[in-house]
Design a protein around this ligand. Structure first.
Ligand code: NAP
Length: 232
């Protein structure tokens, strides 16, 4: 398949590299490819400049959000929570229509300092905002509850642990599940929570994820739901 991975940060790079390693054609989307390639310093989180990363992944093309989405069969949103709607508007509603749109972003709001809060929260979610703004896209929220390296290599956390799905389109969730399984997720670890409003729940896991990160001192962990019953 042809994937557009929107986002040049750690998540975008990690997902793009994994999809390319599975034989998919991958383009990474950014606001301004020349500006992105011109960066020479690590960002505030210490992430190396994009051009340095791309040297090790020459098969992955960098393009504008619009160009990458236009040529893709499916789109991954790996942009910052506050910039996601703008990034997707730049990608273009027509280029998203009818396509699986995997949303990995979290609506972290750093405007009040650390730790970040969530915006939106409780009665809305970024996943819902994206689905409302792009009604013809098939939004599936997933993978947002773990660190990027776990997303593409679940074996880095021993034992059973889970990845959640939220979305309105059953076929899109089936396609997302198949993709997760191809990445290495056991089918039984993919928990479909229901429609896109359930993204409120997974986005609201971020405050506890951040506290766990602080308490454990590392990001090599994930959530696991141990149920006493196999069906609801
Ligand atoms: P990030 O720094 O959060 O986002 C980088 C991307 O956001 C860049 O492509 C940037 O565009 C784009 N962007 C930022 N502001 C924008 C704006 N105003 N308009 C349009 N685009 C904008 O990268 P990340 O750390 O890889 O995280 C990506 C997403 O995944 C976030 O929502 C994060 O919460 C979520 N997430 C991260 C992790 C993790 O392990 N880091 C885990 C789970 C979920 P340019 O390329 O043009 O600069």
């Amino acid at each position: 398949m042809r994937f557009a991975v929107l986002g040049t940060g750690t998540v975008g790079r990690t997902i793009a590299a994994k999809l390319a390693s599975l034989g998919h054609e991958v383009t990474i989307g950014t606001r301004d490819p020349q500006a992105t390639l011109a960066r020479t310093e690590p960002d505030g989180m210490g992430t190396p400049p994009f051009a340095q990363w791309q040297q090790g992944h020459p098969q992955i093309r960098l393009a504008t959000f619009a160009d990458s989405a236009a040529s893709a069969d499916a789109v991954v949103n790996a942009t910052s929570g506050g910039g996601a709607l703008d990034a997707l508007r730049l990608a273009g509603a027509d280029n998203l229509a009818g396509k699986l749109l995997l949303d990995i972003a979290n609506p972290l709001d750093f405007s009040q300092g650390m730790p970040p809060s969530l915006n939106p929260v409780n009665t809305d979610s970024l996943g819902e905002q994206i689905q409302r703004t792009f009604p013809d896209a098939k939004v599936v929220k997933t993978l947002n509850t773990m660190s990027a390296h776990i997303m593409v290599d679940p074996s880095q956390v021993p034992g059973e642990h889970d990845v959640f799905l939220s979305g309105d389109d059953a076929d899109a969730k089936k396609a997302a599940t198949d993709l997760l399984v191809s990445i290495g997720w056991p089918a039984g670890s993919v928990l479909d929570l229901g429609d896109i409003t359930t993204a409120r729940g997974t986005e609201m896991l971020l405050p506890i994820w951040l506290r766990l990160y602080g308490a454990l001192g590392h990001a090599d962990f994930n959530f696991h739901v141990q149920s006493a019953r196999t069906t609801a």
